[in-house]
Design a protein around this ligand. Structure first.
Ligand code: TXA
Ligand code: MG
Length: 335
């Protein structure tokens, strides 16, 4: 694994791929203007070609360089949340390659841009002198990596595939950035994240456009695909503490995994505690989010054939629920 930013930057300049830490999740980065390198990112991930990438920039000027007709509210969001876990989708400037921001075989009129706050990510972009296109550094469909070892888990043949992994420790946010469409008269959240609609309203004075259910998926193709899933099927258990504990006390058998709160754990039957592979999730929502993907990945190395997870309301509740719902692929049990 890599520890030197200069070496990593040289790999990007030479058209190679570097998995690098950001405050949200690890990204699998390539020079955004190099079609061969960007094509390799799609191939390595097994990413559908209709799903565009986020271009990572080292300063707000990078955004202005790539995008045209940037609305005042988007500038307000840049001022408030950059560097940080917020991605802005805006109209692409004319004169730029038609494919830029997406698969080199296609074309897109908009481009998604983010300035990350992680010092290694920022240094890497600066040192390489390139904008870096990077999706999350997981194989398509898997939980995003929040630790360098997760990237190695998803890409055991990284070296042979020409992927260098930067050893950058744990991501502090743990969920992907909030993606905001800034092509309309008001902001629209395409993917919820740590930056909430309330904070966007406070920063811009504009209520977010409310997209009808599923519309976010149409505008942001990545939100349509199965995502974030551990290997065993996951079911969301919705109910109060007593009902969830009662249900699990009966349902948990050998080979059942459960991601639950301390409150539910304390009410579980002795049988369920003994047989289940139980992970107690943090009660505070930022910590729940930070640990969510490593907890989901932890089930992969346990002998489980079914997983139950208790949802988590609160501060980052919308973003957490979005990821859990997609990891569950529609399996929700109301108890
Ligand atoms: O926190 C993050 O956003 C991480 C780190 C590495 O920056 N990146 C990330 O990338 O989550 P990815 O590729 O896994 O998700 C990017 C999301 C997808 O849902 C994609 O469809 C959407 O952003 N997206 C990218 N370009 C877009 C565009 N031009 N219009 C609408 N949605 C876009
Ligand atoms: Mg992803």
């Amino acid at each position: 694994m890599l520890r030197c930013i200069k070496t990593a930057a040289q790999i990007i300049k030479d058209g190679g791929l570097v998995a690098f830490p950001t405050e949200t999740v690890y990204g699998l980065g390539a020079d955004a203007f190099n079609p061969d390198a960007v094509g390799s990112v799609y191939a390595a991930k097994g990413r559908p070609k209709d799903n565009p990438l986020i271009v990572h920039v080292a300063s707000p000027d990078g955004f202005r360089e790539l995008c045209a007709d940037i609305p005042a509210y988007a500038e307000a969001l840049v001022g408030k949340f950059w560097p940080g876990p917020l991605t802005l989708v805006a109209k692409k400037k004319s004169g730029l390659p038609a494919w830029l921001g997406g698969h080199p075989g296609g074309s897109c009129e908009t481009v998604a841009v983010r300035m990350p706050s992680h010092p290694i990510a920022l240094e890497l972009i600066k040192e390489s002198g390139r904008h870096i296109s990077a999706p999350s550094a997981n194989r398509s469909g898997r939980p995003s990596p929040t630790f360098h070892a997760h990237v190695a888990e998803d890409f055991p043949a990284a070296e042979a595939m020409g992927i260098a992994i930067f050893e950058g420790g744990h991501s502090s946010v743990g969920l992907e950035s909030t993606v905001v469409d800034a092509t309309g008269g008001r902001p629209a959240v395409l993917r919820p994240g740590m930056v909430t609609e309330e904070e966007i309203l406070a920063a811009t004075g504009l209520a977010c456009e409310s997209l009808p259910p599923g519309a976010g998926s149409g505008k942001s193709p990545g939100t349509m695909h199965r995502h974030y899933a551990p290997k065993a099927p996951l079911t969301l258990l919705v109910g109060d503490t007593a009902s969830v504990a009662e249900y699990l006390s009966e349902a948990v058998a050998d080979g059942t995994g459960a991601l639950i709160s301390q409150a539910v754990f304390e009410k579980l039957s002795v049988k369920a505690r003994a047989l289940g592979r139980i992970i107690v999730a943090p009660s505070e929502s930022a910590a729940f989010a930070r640990n969510l993907y490593s907890n989901l990945r932890a089930f992969d190395s346990l002998p489980v054939d079914a997983i139950f997870a208790e949802p988590k309301p609160g501060g980052m509740g919308l973003a957490i629920m979005d990821r859990l719902h997609r990891a569950a692929e529609g399996r929700v049990l109301i108890v």
